[in-house]
Design a protein around this ligand. Sequence first.
Ligand SMILES: O=P(O)(O)O[C@H]1O[C@H](CO)[C@@H](O)[C@H]1O
Ligand code: HPA
Length: 294
Amino acid sequence: MHCTEQISHDEYQKTADWLMSQTKHRPQVAIICGSGLGMLADTLKCQDSFAYSDIPGFPQSTVQGHAGRLVFGELKGKTCVCMQGRFHMYEGHSLCKTTFPVRVFKLMGVETLIVTNAAGSLADGLRPGDIMIIKDHVNFPGLVGLNPLCGPNDDKFGPRFPAMSGCYDKALCCLAMEIAKQQGVTSFVQEGVYAMVGGPNFESIAEARLLHRLGVDAVGMSTAPEVVVATHCGLRVFGLSLITNKVVKSYDDPDSVNHDGVLEVGRLRSHSVQQLVTELISRIEINNNTNNAV
Ligand SMILES: O=P(O)(O)O[C@H]1O[C@H](CO)[C@@H](O)[C@H]1O
Ligand code: HPA
């Protein structure tokens, strides 16, 4: 399923054209909200909002905590588009469907993508409620060929063999750390490596131990495909994980993770995540690249 579905350039363009006919906003920054982080859209002014079910070509959100709405608006002098709800491979979407909006955003003229997610921590120094700025990822599905770029390459978006060595923009990571310092929140903001697993089950203890030994700091079931597609088409990417739970690594630990707990931590930390992202957006430099025809 994952490698066979192909979406033509025209289909991405059709969705981009439809959205541009429905809103006057021309977004420079796109934000993908992770589980329980949909409130990131609340800060946008002069909103135009669309249910995914009304947008031609858009998949539907099926996961609790992902509202399924695309919100356009202004934030601190920047025009933004915010996905209140992302698509996951485990929902049954093909990988090109899970990443469909990213290419649509590129065609609309977006230059920077901010990805957020809820994740479980493997690193001992990362606690629930911490914010991890993603410095790199391990795309486990991608390593075994479950990659949204599989299939014929669309040269209009990017090259056949894109590099991923700089996929999380270093300057934006530094800027976020600087903002965390200025906001006095460095006690719960740090950098780390995110790993994507397929889900939908949470990790077994043996899997958690394996990920830990491999040097993974936090684990989730999303983000990497979006970042791969964004990097392929030349978007600048910033990512953050909200640590919502510790991944159980000991057979003696009676703790057990569940999705309601994940969403609850999102609610508790929403203000801090919002403040960090808002300030980052206000300080992002935009090239005003009007070439949105790719
Ligand atoms: O990655 P996001 O969408 O934030 O969601 C995370 O939270 C859900 C599990 O609670 C999974 O979907 C996992 O990937
Ligand atoms: O512990 C986790 N594992 C995988 N995905 C997750 N999303 C939130 N927490 C987790």
